[in-house]
Write a protein that binds this ligand. Structure first.
Ligand code: SAH
Length: 257
């Protein structure tokens, strides 16, 4: 019997700017038979995919045409079973809020060979392009990455750990829950004037940074009309944005999503 040489590469595409892809990611994109990609992957990244490669869009959240997670898992098993070199491309880093682990568990259960290629996660890519260092000796010695996708509205996060001093809290998927997050943090003892930033489309032309405090941020974000994807950064380090913002999307040669 011919050995099946199909393989799945779980690749991080970074936060948006294609320049943030790893060399390994670019090399794999160039030689893939098929790419299965998510909505967070920017078109500039897909420019590295040769025209002959098949592209499969795994869908958008809150969209009827989304492939369910189980469907994606079985699709990957099927494609690899056909002997293909499959790149499963995910925004940011596949192991950070990317369900990468779940997809690999299915592959492992089916004996499919795989590799993982890390990517620049939104916390580091977006904070860099917003000029907000996540740690700084004067302000934060610790940094937490949490999901703001609140199950049943609230009480899902460990609020007392989020309001500790001298730390930065980075919230993924926190746009919808922002008013509740700000309210809970203040209710658990965070200062109402604690600085907070919400960054939309970090590292690409449509990047927008809105800064404020826990007290006024929900209102400011609503006024600015920010849309997903947005990353929320909470902590004293946000003050540095004013001094360190360097990325000017209008003047930069960066891609749109
Ligand atoms: N695996 C990804 C995260 C997926 S969860 C990573 O490592 O980055 C999706 C969330 O990531 C979004 O809701 C948003 O909070 C954040 N995100 C990803 N790319 C972003 C970008 N360019 N700008 C702002 N937020 C981003």
């Amino acid at each position: 019997m011919k050995p099946n040489l199909g393989k799945v590469y779980l690749v991080g595409a970074g936060p948006g700017d294609p320049e943030l892809l790893t060399l390994r990611a670019v090399r794999l994109l160039q030689k893939a038979d098929v790419i299965v990609y998510d909505n967070l992957v920017s078109p500039g990244v897909l420019d590295f995919v040769p025209p002959a490669a098949e592209r499969i869009y795994a869908g958008k959240r809150r969209n009827e045409h989304t492939l369910r997670q189980e469907q994606i898992n079985s699709l990957l098993v099927k494609l690899a079973g056909e002997g293909k070199q499959v790149v499963r491309l995910k925004g940011g880093d596949p192991f950070i809020f990317g369900r990468g682990g779940e997809e690999l568990q299915t592959l492992a259960a089916h004996g499919v060979a795989f590799e993982v290629v890390p990517g620049v996660t939104a916390a580091s890519g977006v904070s860099s392009y917003a000029g907000i260092p996540l740690t700084h000796r004067d302000y934060a010695q610790c940094c937490l990455f949490v999901t703001g996708h609140l199950k049943d509205g609230t009480a899902d996060l460990d609020w007392p750990s989020l309001v500790r001093l001298n730390q930065t809290v980075v919230i993924y998927m926190g746009l919808g829950g922002l008013p509740e997050i700000c309210r809970q943090m203040m209710a658990h003892g965070a200062a109402s004037n604690l600085p907070i930033a919400v960054v939309q489309d970090g590292s690409i032309v449509t990047q927008k940074v809105v800064t404020g405090t826990l007290a006024d941020m929900p209102e400011k974000v609503a006024q600015a009309g920010l849309k997903s994807p947005c990353l929320t950064i909470i902590g004293e380090v946000v003050k540095l944005h004013e001094e360190l913002a360097w990325f000017n999307p209008v003047q930069s040669e960066v891609a749109a999503r």
